[in-house]
Design a protein around this ligand. Structure first.
Ligand SMILES: C[S@@+](CC[C@H](N)C(=O)[O-])C[C@H]1O[C@@H](n2cnc3c(N)ncnc32)[C@H](O)[C@@H]1O
Length: 511
């Protein structure tokens, strides 16, 4: 359901959007992607003077994590839903965060509003889950705002539902919204009623649904999705998935050039396309046409695109030097390293002779890509920092430390404790969230139950400490009536979490 007062222009406002942290929005991740694509940019650290702007920030969790982890940054986050802004401001006030401002404004009209004077020029701007869900008027306002407020050389992250990925499921969304509005009251109930109707039609063998494997996949995923997510995803009046080239054309009016994806592996055509597909893509020099071929071959439903306001290309040497300076940390024990990664083009093998010595070295502690490439065991191998950064970070088997050695700060500890106490309960243990962490200049994605494990681990004082009694921890966290097997299983999961992430928490100063 949209607002009775009509201010929402068809956008869902009767239920708040869930809190989430999305690494693709992190300025460090965006800068790394830009570097990989050979575009000049700096890796921002927590004390640098960075101005970050988020448009359509929801309840502001991601922006708050960035503000806590980066005291030097100035963050401005905008949303038109007063309930979202009120929740975001409350948390910021509770933390005493002075480097973040939440503005309540409609993006359709903000560029012409006096409030615009309060938005500083942005080094990085991000809009996640907004563009394909809002009206053409709002998109127009976003383009005018980006044109006026993104600094020359600044980066913009934009995610949106994409075509042709959504092509075979357009009917699904239309049915959910149209049927839901007629059958129930309130966005969450409407989405539920609409999805029930879709399932009934599938059972009755409606060709438009039953023949689409995409529809079947989406319905399976939605079984586990949060109701507020489904409402915001399916009940908006203006939802309209977009072609990449159309978004690029719209953003060109803000002098923004497309440079690549915030999902790092997506930037490697060798991983996204088979040899035959690559040969077709290579018939074109125009990046928009090549991207259309990539989308035709992979059909992503959500794109995470990065634009820059004025591209400055780096020489290969300058790019490699910048990438060699990046510090990596191993987020898991070395024996869990996966050397054959599944990618759209098939299986990408990471040459063990090349990567194993790096992983073993990283198991001892964070170090730069340059240090890894200089390992004696790698003598004779090509020095390829682009591949190392792309593959290790892109496959999630390394983390980039923006400023290694930066200690935790009080406000990040406070936010992490607040996230745990406010949102962790017996039903939310596995729900994803993120811990604020200055060494990462962002968030460490972590399930809510593991916030508690990290806290207890920090209090225990070390990996080999006798204070690590996960049985006792599990008893404290589990509901009072939990059966003994349930507590034992939770204790085992906690011990496993300490084994897998304890060292990382130490390196990051989290524990
Ligand atoms: C799907 S949510 C994404 C929230 C947040 N970016 C996140 O990823 O958690 C989209 C957000 O855009 C906001 N929004 C929609 N239309 C808007 C408009 N015209 N002006 C400002 N915000 C708007 C909604 O209130 C909602 O919080």
């Amino acid at each position: 359901m949209t607002s009775a007062a009509g201010w929402s222009a068809g956008y869902v406002t009767d239920t708040a959007y869930m809190r989430g942290y999305y690494p693709e929005q992190s300025p460090v991740q965006l800068a790394l992607a830009a570097l990989l694509m050979g575009v000049q940019t700096d890796l921002p650290g927590p004390s640098d003077e960075v101005s970050y702007l988020e448009l359509g920030c929801g309840q502001g969790f991601g922006a708050t994590v960035l503000a806590a982890a980066n005291p030097g940054w100035r963050i401005t986050a905008v949303d038109f839903n007063p309930a979202h802004v009120a929740a975001a401001r409350r948390t910021a006030a509770e933390l005493g965060l002075a480097n973040i401002r939440f503005l309540e404004a409609d993006l359709a009209t903000l560029p012409e509003d006096p409030l615009m004077a309060e938005i500083p020029e942005a080094d990085v701007a991000s809009l996640h889950g907004v563009w394909s869900w809002v009206s053409p008027e709002v998109r127009g306002g976003i383009v005018r705002l980006l044109r006026a407020r993104v600094r020359p050389g600044g980066l913009v992250h934009i995610s949106y539902n994409a075509l042709p990925g959504w092509q075979s499921a357009l009917l699904l969304q239309r049915l959910v919204r149209e049927a839901g509005r007629r059958l129930a009251h309130g966005s969450i109930e409407q989405a539920r009623a609409g999805l029930d109707l879709v399932r009934d039609l599938m059972a009755a063998e409606a060709d438009g649904l039953a023949k689409s494997t995409r529809v079947t996949d989406i319905l399976r995923l939605l079984e586990k999705a949060a109701p507020d997510y489904i409402a915001h995803e399916y009940m908006n009046g203006c939802w309209s998935p977009c072609w990449h080239a159309d978004v690029a054309t719209d953003l060109a009016a803000a002098k923004l050039d497309y440079i690549g994806s915030a999902r790092l592996l997506t930037n490697f055509n060798d991983l996204m396309l088979t040899e035959a597909q690559r040969a077709i893509a290579n018939r074109f020099a125009d990046p928009l046409m090549r991207e259309l071929v990539v989308d035709a071959c992979n059909e992503p439903t959500l794109r995470h695109d990065i634009y820059v306001r004025g591209t400055r290309r780096l020489s290969i040497g300058a790019r490699d030097t910048a990438l060699e300076a990046v510090t990596l940390a191993l987020p898991m024990p070395p024996e869990e390293m996966i050397y054959a990664v599944t990618v759209p083009a098939g299986r990408a093998s990471l040459n063990e002779a090349y990567y194993r010595p790096m992983i073993e070295h990283l198991a001892e502690g964070p170090c730069t890509v340059g240090e890894l490439l200089a390992l004696p065991a790698l003598a004779g191998h090509a020095r390829n920092p682009t591949e190392v950064v792309g593959m290790l970070l892109g496959s999630g088997q390394a983390l980039a430390l923006a400023r290694p050695g930066t200690p935790m700060n009080n406000v990040s500890r406070h936010l992490n404790a607040l996230t745990r106490t406010r949102y962790l309960n017996a039903d939310t243990m596995t729900r994803p969230s993120a811990m604020a962490c200055p060494a990462l200049a962002g968030g460490l994605p972590t399930a809510l139950a593991h916030f508690y494990v990290a806290e207890r681990f920090a209090a225990a004082g070390g990996i080999d400490a006798t204070g690590i009694d996960t049985e006792a921890w599990a008893r404290q966290l589990a509901p009072a009536d939990a059966p003994a097997e349930g507590i034992a299983a939770l204790a085992k999961q906690m011990a496993d979490e300490v084994r897998r992430h304890g060292r990382l928490w130490r390196w990051l100063g989290i524990a």
